[in-house]
Design a protein. Sequence first.
Length: 343
Amino acid sequence: MRIGIVCSGGDSPGMNAAIRGAVLRGVEVHGIEMIGFEDGWEGFHQGRLRPLDRPAVRGISPLGGVFLGTSRVQPFAGRRGEPVDLAEFRERTAAYGLDGFMLIGGNGTQTVGAILDEYGIPVVGLPKTIDNDLDATDYTFGFDTAVSIAAEAIDRLRTTGESHRRCMVLEVMGRDAGWIALHAGMAGGAQVILLPEYPETLEQVCDWVRGVRARGRSSLVVVAEGFRLSGEQTIADGIDELGRPRLGGVAEVLAPLIERCSGIETRATVLGHVQRGGTPTAFDRVLATRTGIAAADAVLRGDWGTMAALRGTEIEMVPLASAVGRLKTVPEGRYAEVRLNFG
């Protein structure tokens, strides 16, 4: 059996550990031949591949990024629910001698996996995304690292904010789901946490900020990049590779509004791609490794069309169709419980 590993979408801490887990279990234990495509589907189209064995994955678990490379290139034209022409895709798959795929990626990648499964192409999914917005799994690897980096940034911003009695606004990633902002904000003791799922008025945000000042403290506001004020649109700067609004910069828009409204000096920091970089946390390395192992075991069983999901403390193979089609957003109750402590 010969399996192709494809990484797609944004990089995420733990991807190397996932590849290592899959290769060590698949090659060394099950005798499966594995190849990796460089730069995701771009390498698939261009014939850039490399064999994956124990020497190829030696020492990569603690490394950030992904040594195979990744891209947002699509494997075929068309979307789920529409007719898809897979003739060229099937030809390339046959030319590479592949019996199936392991797809490492987030919602978009696993949606591709679900499409391939619908057309009878063997595929197993390994979920990764720092946004933690992929349904059917409790956590995705990369999320814990991003939260840890954001929480450290909060700690650092708090000291300079207190020194100057400023309100500090930290922007973290989160297009449609505010999991990073929620967890990092709670971990760092932020006085205000603003999520894409729950718009707030500028007046309400400023009331919280003024309340913090009244207690003799300086506010730390954590805002997800997809947040919008009530009645306003999200802040976008052009279009990304997938035709979506390119988010980022909401903190730089929000900070002067807070300053004018509250009368309190306010500064913005955009954390950006720092959240994706560097060494993955131990939690993400373990989760990614277990995910890779479970995926290799699923391939051996022929458990195609599934994704390795974390359910509680166990890794379970769930249908890809149950993992895509909708985002896992922050439940209203989770936001309501922390909102009571704002200000």
